[in-house]
Ligand binder design. Structure first.
Ligand SMILES: Nc1ncnc2c1ncn2[C@@H]1O[C@H](COP(=O)(O)OP(=O)(O)OP(=O)(O)O)[C@@H](O)[C@H]1O
Ligand SMILES: [Mg+2]
Length: 369
């Protein structure tokens, strides 16, 4: 097809292409009932005029945390006027003022003036309003690790949870959401006395859950019979082995695009292979871009001599050619393995039995090294 044909071709495989967008909220939201029930239990007291409790929501990327909290907040607000739910993306709002502006906006319908008004005044206005109306407030701080980076986490949590001391009757709680599981959060002592969260965890999805979710998504996004079962299964398997749910959702979309460009009425094996190929090639390019000059020259040496030498032999060649130490060669090899450009295998040979065989994980002819 020519470019114009591609643009104007009006038969589409997509019933709703937005179903594959990152902000699409699926009407069917399965496998997260336990977590959403726990969230609801924390908020429930507030619907009866009591104090909502706080929670820490933990789980790897794309396990559904953001979607779950948004769904629960929506339900709470649909059912009660007594509770205000504020969702804040801490990647976007990292300052104390920025965060309170979002809360202010929820309460008053507009953000406060950006200049000329001190924080204390805005805080005061906000808390007096909550006091006056008797509504309680539940604040989700999504990706709260960013607040630790900007060193605002303690202040913000403290400001929110300790408000009742100065403004009796104010009822507030926090849902802190965290996806970086390595991240060790710790609050100051004075915060720990008010922030006593329960933990709600989002486990990784299993294969059958992934398949189920992707099947639903395909149903919403494609016309009937566009996606054969065996392709869906391959997409689900690839998702399980190589990444998270977002990878699978993106793959669905790119398979659809490739099939459409091919003027096909359904997605075939060939379309799937092509989609994977371009995904892999993006990954390799990203990995190559992350290399230092030295790591890149080690990789080039490996590629030029593929399969001919062990790491020990290569390190000697590298030392002769560049004057770099064995240690920096070995560090570079570790990095290349870490970014999955190579695999290494101990051979049990070499002076101390630690020489490694190096295998390239991509075809060097396709990339500029
Ligand atoms: N149970 C589910 N059913 C349908 N779609 C889901 C489900 N869980 C996650 N998704 C989809 O996966 C994607 C990622 O979900 P979400 O953004 O809620 O994850 P997250 O845990 O907040 O991830 P991150 O830690 O990266 O912020 C979204 O497109 C969402 O619609
Ligand atoms: Mg999220």
């Amino acid at each position: 097809m020519g470019i114009e044909d591609i643009l104007m071709y009006d038969e589409s495989l997509f019933q709703n292409i937005n179903a594959f967008d990152p902000d699409y909220v699926p009407p069917n939201y399965n496998f997260r009932d336990t977590q959403m029930e726990a969230m609801a239990m924390s908020i429930r007291p507030a619907l009866r005029g009591g104090q909502p409790s706080s929670a820490i929501v933990l789980g790897s990327p794309a396990t559904g945390k953001t979607t779950a909290i948004k769904k629960v907040f929506e339900l709470v607000e649909k059912n009660s006027e007594k509770v205000l739910c504020v969702y804040i993306n801490c990647q976007l709002h990292t300052t104390r003022f920025g965060i309170f502006s979002q809360i202010f906006k929820k309460v008053f319908g507009h953000i406060p003036p950006e200049t000329g008004v001190p924080f204390s005044r805005i805080y005061d206005q906000l808390m007096k309003e909550l006091q006056k109306t008797g509504r309680s407030i539940v604040i989700a701080l999504d990706d709260i690790n960013y607040l630790f980076q900007s060193k605002n986490a303690n202040k913000v949590v403290y400001d929110i949870l300790r408000a009742y001391e100065e403004y009796p009757g104010v009822k507030s709680s926090i849902f802190a959401i965290l996806s970086d599981l390595e991240f060790k959060y710790s609050f100051d002592k004075n915060v720990n006395t008010v922030f006593i969260p329960q933990e709600i965890t989002f486990p990784l999805y299993t294969y059958s859950e992934i398949e189920n979710i992707l099947r639903d998504r395909a149903k919403a996004g494609f016309y009937q019979n566009v996606l054969p079962d065996d392709i869906l299964e391959q997409i689900a398997m690839y998702t399980l082995e190589n990444g998270d749910l977002r990878v699978g959702i993106n793959l669905l979309r790119s398979c659809g695009n490739i099939a459409e460009a091919d003027a096909s009425r359904e997605i075939t094996q060939e379309h799937f292979d092509k989609a994977i190929e371009s995904l892999v090639s993006v990954k390799i390019s990203e990995a190559l871009n992350s290399l230092s000059d030295l790591e890149r020259s080690v990789l080039k040496l490996i590629a030029d001599n593929e399969g001919m030498y062990t790491s020990g032999e290569l390190s000697r060649i590298f030392k002769e050619e560049t004057g770099s130490s064995y240690a920096s060669f070995n560090r570079a090899v570790d990095k290349l393995e870490f970014v999955r450009l190579i695999d290494t295998k101990f051979t049990g040979k070499g002076a101390v039995g630690n020489s490694r065989e190096i295998i390239l994980r991509f075809s060097p002819d396709d990339y500029e090294l």
